[in-house]
Design a protein around this ligand. Sequence first.
Ligand code: DX5
Ligand code: ZN
Length: 245
Amino acid sequence: APPAIIAPSILSADFADLGADCARTIKQGADWLHVDIMDGHFVPNLTFGPPVVVKIRSHVDRPTQSLGKGTFDCHMMIAEPKKWVTEFKKAGCDLYCFHYEAASSSAASSPEGQSELKTSPRELIRYIHDNGMLAGIAIKPGTKVDVLWDVLDSPNEKERPDMVLVMTVEPGFGGQKFMASELPKVEALRQRYPDLNIEVDGGLGPGTIDQAADAGANVIVAGSAVFGAKDPAEVIALLREAVDK
Ligand code: DX5
Ligand code: ZN
């Protein structure tokens, strides 16, 4: 598996002091910032939009290489992922990770006259790449991993994702219980794609990292476990060691 990438979810940061909290977690050893964008529609919660991303971007150095330190990993829990691609690029997003469920259902749910928002996962990945960002594709607990083979096996490099996100909780809130039932998806992905960046998100921390690492995950999101820790640097180091061991 590729090396560990630790991505604290800023959903558990101090929203009144977000810039400082983001800069601090990078200093404490984090690789990326996991930025949870929720629209109150795809998930039953709201977070923030591009103006906030612009502000935190000014507190964190841009990555000097693809997937490098300071990468903004934007987890787009939104019903219309295509609509926000250009705005998030402008705001400072590096990796735009949309939900398969939103992309695949948008054709059915878009009102008449919104046809420019209709898109397939392959088309959306190409569109994200054409806009100068890396592309991720996420699946919720209810979604079978098999739906990802189509993009991962695409003969066109532009249509293949740079990362896959396997949710280990129902998206929407931090601090939920880790669902080990999702790990067979990670195992299946790792078996087929030894070099793929596989991210897990939800309920990760010192008590659950070994299971996730053994399954083959290498990109680790942790919100409450990092921001709620007495010593966040120690937790970040522990997560990294568990993956790289
Ligand atoms: C949940 C978000 C997660 C969340 C994880 O919908 O996608 O990124 O912040 O929080 P923890 O690590 O506390 O489960
Ligand atoms: Zn997330």
